[in-house]
Design a protein around this ligand. Structure first.
Ligand code: ATR
Length: 279
């Protein structure tokens, strides 16, 4: 139940009906008895500017921003946080009382917090990370890993030029590997991350031999449908520790909820089951 003083937030996307964010934030609003609401907002690319004016006019505390608006929204922000500038995308808006809008990106923190909480023995400083892919998700992963102190990151991507651009932007931490050489590049790897869409439901699996990967390496996938991707299944079979991608989605939501509603929420097993629809 909400009162006339309820705090408002939501998520803007196009389409939006598939978004899991309303379930996730709705769970926390109930759990912490917050006087607030979080709603899905279907916003076409043509009406993004009007929608932002609407957030201001309606006194929203903020909003999440998802596909296809994560880049376009930047031109409507008064302040763009360093993370969003480096990653090249905004996923969280916070509105100040005077209507000023700060745009930030919480995916990098979601990625790192998920690894830290899922596997407390993981140390980002412990060795080389291999990142597959060079899209928006890879940029968030690189930003997070560099901030957490990763000494060296190898990026392998089908389109080499995209990996090169990323290595330039995140110099001197990143080296580029041809996609066809990925299997060999795993030899001294402490962390393997898939940020490509390979392995996602309806997509081909990632075709990668893990023979060279040390048994001590941690393997994670940002794909979470299915929860156990073929890559994670293969890694588990040979005895590597694995972390699935659902936790990144849950953890990236924490900073927004805290900024809008004033409570830092916890990511729990109960929440995972609610978002997965198994509870
Ligand atoms: P996101 O923002 O989720 O990272 P994206 O920018 O579309 O999405 O990036 C998708 C990633 O998956 C890219 O690294 C892409 O490789 P290219 O840069 O070569 O396009 C990778 N990817 C998608 N399909 C692939 C395939 N069939 N084989 C190899 N890589 C693939």
């Amino acid at each position: 139940m909400i009162s006339g003083a309820a705090k408002l937030a939501g998520v803007m996307g196009w389409p939006i009906s598939h978004s899991k964010s309303p379930i996730l934030h709705g769970y926390w609003l109930d759990h912490y008895h917050v006087d607030g609401a979080y709603i899905p907002m279907s916003v076409s690319p043509d009406s993004l500017g009007q929608a932002v004016d609407g957030l201001r006019a309606l006194g929203f505390k903020g909003s999440n921003v998802t596909v296809p608006h994560k880049q376009a929204i930047m031109s409507y922000c008064d302040i763009i946080a360093d993370d969003a500038r480096m990653i090249g995308a905004v996923n969280t808006l916070v509105l100040a009382a005077d209507g000023h809008i700060t745009g930030s990106n919480t995916d990098h923190a979601g990625f790192i917090d998920n690894l830290r909480l899922s596997d407390p023995s993981w140390d980002p400083k412990s060795g080389t990370a291999v990142v597959l892919g060079a899209g928006g998700a890879a940029r968030a992963v690189l930003y997070g890993l560099i901030r957490a102190g990763a000494p060296k990151i190898r990026v392998a991507n089908r389109t080499l030029d995209r990996a090169r651009a990323l290595a330039e932007d995140f110099a001197p931490h990143v080296e580029v590997v041809a996609f066809s050489d990925t299997a060999e590049a795993l030899a001294d790897c402490a962390l393997l991350v898939n940020t490509t869409s390979l392995g996602m439901m309806g997509q081909p699996p990632l075709d990668l031999r893990l023979d060279a990967l040390p048994k001590s390496a941690l393997v994670t996938d940002i794909v979470y449908a299915p929860l156990v991707t073929p890559l994670l299944a293969e890694a588990m079979k040979r005895g590597n520790r694995t972390v699935d991608g659902l936790g990144m989605l849950l953890h990236q939501a924490v900073p927004g909820f805290e900024a809008w509603f004033g409570v830092r929420p916890a990511v729990t097993q109960d929440l995972r089951e609610i978002v997965l629809g198994t509870k």
